[in-house]
Design a protein around this ligand. Sequence first.
Ligand code: AMP
Ligand code: ZN
Length: 664
Amino acid sequence: MSVEQQIQSLRNELNQHNYNYYVLDDTTISDFDFDIKLKELQDLEAKHPEFFDANSPTQRVGGEVIKNFETIPHAQRMYSLDNSYSKEDLFDWETRLKKLIDGAIQYTCELKYDGASISLTYEQGVLIKAVTRGDGFQGDNVTANVKTIKSVPLKLKGDYPEKFDIRGEIVLPFDGFNKMNEERVEIGEEPYRNPRNTASGSLKLQDSSEVAKRPLECMLYNLTGSNLGVNSQFDSLESARQWGFKVPKAAKLANSIDEILEFVDYWNVHRHDLPYETDGVVIKVNNLQQQEELGYTAKAPRWAMAYKFKAEQVSTKLNSITYQVGRTGAITPVANLEPVELAGTTVKRASLHNADQIEKLDIRVEDEVYVEKGGEIIPKILGVDLTKRPANSIPTDYITNCPECETELVRQEGEAQHYCPNYNGCKPQIIGRIQHFISRKAMDIEGLGGETVALLVHEGLISNYSDLYELTKEQVIPLERMAEKSAENLIQGVEQSKTIPFERVLYALGIRYVGETVAKKLAKHYKSIDAIAGATGEALVNVDEIGVKIAESVRAFFSSEDNIAIINRLKAFGVQLEISAEQLIGQTELLKGQSIVVSGVFESVSRDELKKLIEDNGGKVSSSISSKTSFIVAGDNMGPSKKTKAESLNILILSEYDFIQKIS
Ligand code: AMP
Ligand code: ZN
């Protein structure tokens, strides 16, 4: 087999696995084997850039950074939908339809996915562009970001039309949404409120490799174009499915309003079993000929109608308000409710978010409150039934002191949340911080779990993470659920963590706003904890991607004597607090302060390797050419517009070989 054939066969195979997994939800390969094959393909493509293909499965990881999204007009306008809320509304609609067209009307009923709408253009079976709805006439070109969504086919199968647009909805399923929020909470960020906004926000991220990390999905529902070879909406869904698109199987034909209502009633209940959000049903006249006759109003097609589900609401009694203290000291008020059935689950608690929210709702203990489960995963309190308020009810005073340690709470200008400032003395903060320290992405201490950490703190055996390194087997054995062997594992796990590289230790320290990526940047830039501790706020802000908020938080962390003492202990125990000699190999400052653009296809290195070389030598990779660009590394097929721009700005263009010479 020639290299080209080998590459092609790997691409086909990986495309098929992606399709099985992301479109059919039916895996036939282990993650491990998939990764091996992907790596194999990446290596071959790197060695043979002449076979580069923008639609190869290797391109799903993203990497393109876009500062301003280009505006692109839609070939056909993306309309909104008219809404209906009742049986009467649907009958009225049918009456209007019957005045405009002759003959029986059949309908396709579909779910209404709640996300961000998108229009995909395919030519010759290849994804050409992806554009957001925008104002309906024109939207943003978000192709680089959409390509990272694995259920969007980059290449089609079967007998597809030469050229068409297909429209759909990009959603963030609940599972992935929850996971993203857990990670945010871990670095002390506010969790995202709902999947829909997070999905549409994701499409506008500038760095497509960040989008690639988000578990977005794309559900398709509408074909546009000419010579599509279909006569009805229902058939077009089936065709799209055959070409490789993700088209949920829920769609059904209905011959009357009553049959539509059966569909609505069924999904009004069963939507709660779906892995993603839906906010209603969309009913479309099935026959495309009839659709054409019906046409559009100023805002929406006459042939389609959304039927919105009512967000389920119940009322129940507020028994008490309690306050939780998070790892960063943030206080979250929680409403404890009289248990009540809502949308298929028993609801006992709801978040009240912060003091402002409580004040706005004027919510009081003993009140009868309305609870809704809508887009948000955690049920929301909408308001109070004032007719049921007891005569002697007392307005809620927000707590002034920490419920755990009694310290007076603080609330910074412009922040919604109250904080307990007792950083080193407040139990939930101490426990949360140590739990973060040992977590998988941080020190990854095997043999030690979150509950044991809580136990160790409560028993007074540890009060900060540096104490872990002094624990002895004898101290641990008497703890609940511990035995000789598990105690040994714990001690060994702690010992092992001394080999964890500096950047992860830095993340493990739990400095507010210093997540994995920021920790990497700081570690790389400063190379040791002492250098970071000594950096001024001004210097920190000058590091790529470090903003004022992060810089202030880092300064605050290192200005605490307690923290410095803990870090000195970690150092003494042999935890990695600087970049190791191995990591430093190949790193220089040769390109310090330079902004470099990479363009085209290369022979001897892959684009990613080239970017890494630039970064390892202290340079910054930038995606667009400007007067600030120091030079361009160009391979074959450098874009003509980039070339003209570079020439007009008089910017040096180097070949990959010139570049490698420059840094060696
Ligand atoms: P609205 O934003 O409430 O006016 O609803 C219109 C939007 O619903 C459209 O722009 C689509 O993005 C979205 N939508 C979700 N599911 C469907 C579907 N099955 N058919 C048509 N539109 C849908
Ligand atoms: Zn406290």
